[in-house]
Structure formats: structure tokens, C-alpha cells
Design a protein around this ligand. Structure first.
Ligand code: KPL
Length: 294
């Protein structure tokens, strides 16, 4: 495995989506617990099947100087994954954090010696079997440093993703973008996980009003935190993502179905903390938190 490789840490839905889209564009390897000789199988949003050969390696095969590392593990697994990575790769390697919510981004940005960028995406993808990924809906990706540093690196990664058919933009206001994504995830993920439905079913009765009620509380919290609304407005933003990923099984539903821990704390935790800080009652978010598996 050569130095200069783009390393993708975590072979879940997002890791596989990145790998299958970036294959052929940049030198690439996917780092997981088990190495594998098997290619990835991509199902496109148009329903076509593609085979993508990407080296799937274990930590001891990782290059010491990858060009960058895309960390696509779940929030709760990220600290441990980075600790392992740090024992192998040079610590001035740039990393990109793709986690939902707003829990690990701040601490890792402070702790990792190299550049740390964050990414948020509304691409919809879920795993199928040991090697498959279904790209269930197109979205948009934003990449940037929490304090707006390393703009050229963010630009370069966004440009490469865009060429690989994952439209992306560099972002100098990543904190705001992370809150925007968190709001979208709060309105979608716990509900679809609880009712075991695809994102698009939220458009139907009785789910539609549930989304709107959650969103009302989220919007009040965002205003209190001074987070500017997305260009389209909060409601349009959420419904656009639901529309764009209608066929997707959200990550939290995938976790529940696979009996894995969920990202409940990373997504709803920061909102409930904000509610407490500002003394804003959020009965629906609280109920959502209590009824979402950890
Ligand atoms: O981020 C997602 C997720 O599943 O976690 C969305 C954009 C809601 C797509 O399902």
C-alpha cells in the first residue's frame, strides 16, 4: 500500500459509498477490522449494479503516510478508531471526520496534531451484505475546518468528490453546517428508527406532523443558539433531504436493525444540552430521546 493513498477508515455505508465513488479517481484503500479480497458492489440510485475493486486492509497494512484519512466510523467508535490509527500513521496526516451529530468534532479537532476537517453529507446510502452498498439518494456534501482553516485542502477534497459524482463544496462556516445537519438528522433519524420506515415514508400520515413538531422545537433551539437558518429555511431543508433520500434507510434505522448502538446521544444530546442552557421546554425532543435506543 503506497504512501499518498486516500485511506477510508470504516467500511460501513458511508465508507463504502466513498470507496466505490472515488475508485479510479484517487489511490484508495478501505481500513476495517478484517482485510478482504472481495470487491465492493455498488447499487446506483438508478438501480444499476457496479463492481468496484478497492484494497480492503487491516491496520497493520495501512501506509504510514497516507495523503489523508476519511474517518467514517460511527460517532461512538471514533475515538477508539483514531487511537489505533495514531499508532500506525503519521500524526500530521490530515483527517476528515464524517460523523453525524456534534460530539466528537470539537475534541478531535483540538487533539489530533494534523489538520482536521469535518464533512456533512445528505447522500443516502445503506449497506447490503458483507460487500454491498446501495446509493439510495443523491445529496450534497460540505467540507471544512471548524474555524475555517485549511481552505485549500477543503477545496481540493470537495473538487475531487464532485468529480467522483458526490457533489461537494468547501465550507468556511462548518460549525453552522454541522448544526444544520444535526437538525436534519434529529427530525429524521429517531423517527424512522422507531417506526422502522424508509425516509420517504415520513411524508405520509401519521409521520408528517411528527416531523413538523420536532422541527418546531429544533428551530427554537437554533434561534437561541444564534445558528442562522439554511438558505432554503429549516422546513424546506429537512423536507428536501427527506425527498432526496426517500428510498434510504437512515443510518439510525440501520443501527437498530443490526442491533448496534445508535447515534442518539450525538444527535439529540447537543439539542437537549442547548434546551437546558437556554431554559427552553422541549417535551417532544425529550420524549424522542427517551424512546430512542442508545
Ligand atoms: O444523514 C443521514 C443518515 O441516514 O444518517 C440522512 C441524510 C438522513 C440520510 O438518511
Amino acid at each position: 500500500m503506497s504512501n499518498g493513498t486516500w485511506l477510508i477508515l470504516g467500511p460501513g455505508a458511508l465508507g463504502r459509498l466513498l470507496a466505490t465513488q472515488l475508485a479510479g479517481h484517487v489511490p484508495l484503500a478501505v481500513l476495517g477490522r478484517q482485510p478482504s479480497e472481495q470487491p465492493f458492489l455498488l447499487s446506483t440510485p438508478q438501480g444499476e449494479s457496479r463492481i468496484r475493486y478497492v484494497p480492503r486492509i487491516a491496520i497493520d497494512q495501512a501506509p504510514e503516510r497516507p495523503l489523508m484519512v476519511h474517518v467514517t466510523t460511527k460517532t461512538y467508535a471514533t475515538d477508539a478508531a483514531l487511537e489505533q490509527l495514531a499508532q500506525r500513521v503519521a500524526q500530521d496526516t490530515p483527517i476528515v471526520l464524517w460523523q453525524n451529530g456534534f460530539q466528537v468534532q470539537e475534541t478531535i479537532t483540538r487533539r489530533w496534531p494534523g489538520p482536521v476537517l469535518c464533512a456533512t453529507t445528505s447522500e443516502g446510502a445503506y449497506t447490503e451484505g458483507a460487500d454491498g452498498v446501495v446509493h439510495a439518494g443523491h445529496g450534497h456534501t460540505y467540507i471544512g475546518h471548524l474555524e475555517g482553516r485549511y481552505p485549500t485542502l477543503a477545496e481540493c477534497i470537495a473538487a475531487t468528490l464532485t468529480v467522483a459524482d458526490l457533489p461537494a463544496s468547501p465550507c468556511i462556516d462548518m460549525r453552522r453546517r454541522l448544526w444544520h445537519k444535526l437538525a436534519v438528522n434529529a427530525a429524521i433519524n429517531p423517527l424512522v428508527a422507531r417506526y422502522r420506515i424508509r425516509n420517504g415514508q415520513l411524508r405520509d400520515c401519521p409521520f408528517r406532523p411528527m416531523v413538523d413538531i420536532i422541527l418546531d422545537e429544533v428551530v427554537a433551539l437554533m434561534a437561541a443558539e444564534g445558528i442562522e437558518a439554511p438558505e432554503a429555511g429549516w422546513s424546506r431543508q429537512v423536507w428536501n433531504v427527506i425527498e432526496g433520500t426517500a428510498n434510504n434507510r437512515a443510518s439510525m434505522l440501520q443501527d437498530v436493525l443490526a442491533n448496534r448502538p445508535t447515534e442518539r446521544d450525538a444527535i439529540l444530546g447537543p439539542l437537549l444540552d442547548a434546551a437546558q442552557r437556554h431554559g427552553i421546554p422541549t417535551p417532544n425532543l425529550t420524549e424522542l430521546y427517551q424512546n430512542t435506543p442508545q
